[in-house]
Design a binder for this molecule. Sequence first.
Ligand code: DGI
Ligand code: FE
Ligand code: FE
Length: 188
Amino acid sequence: MEREKALELVKKQLTEHRYQHTLGVMETAITLAAQYGADVKKAELAAIFHDYAKFRSKDEMRSIIVTEGLPQDLLAFNAELWHAPVGAYLVENEAGITDREVLDAIRYHTSGRADMTLLEKVIYLADYIEPGRHFPGVDEVREMAKVNLDRALIKAVQNTILFLMKKNQTVYPETFFTYNDLINKLED
Ligand code: DGI
Ligand code: FE
Ligand code: FE
């Protein structure tokens, strides 16, 4: 699908603020993909659609998780996690995107997973460091992303886990699997 068509479809799903975030993720994902050798067109498409389901109601997302065989353990964790797998489902079934790599990059953009593909890493990190993001530690991750994708990703996942723990929030096991797998594979 062409960029213009994808942007037109996604704009209808989002607020103006979230659409601007999406444009930032798109530009950042293209840069990271070119830098680290991921497929630039797939990165562009996954970035455009990554938050497609962000404004669906909790009821709609819960019902999709239950009826479409998405991981049921999500229901016991923060609903903020749901838009990623539900987004992958809707992007396939409403927007007609069939590329498995693109759909998985959308599916895992919030929690990550063990054994992330290069494209999944690019989208996770682009979502975290796009120019519209302003939170403590983001500049450090931006600098790391210029040098080492995996180290930047580890920092982003660490920051996310620490942020959740400081707020006494639960951490979805998949997020810990992401962290543990990246640390296990770290070479130095
Ligand atoms: O959708 P975005 O705001 O662009 O970013 P995102 O898809 O990374 O979602 C971030 C939200 O998800 C944020 O509020 C923190 C939450 N989150 C991420 N990982 C976990 C999580 N919440 C819980 N409970 N557990 C997690 O592991
Ligand atoms: Fe998201
Ligand atoms: Fe996002």
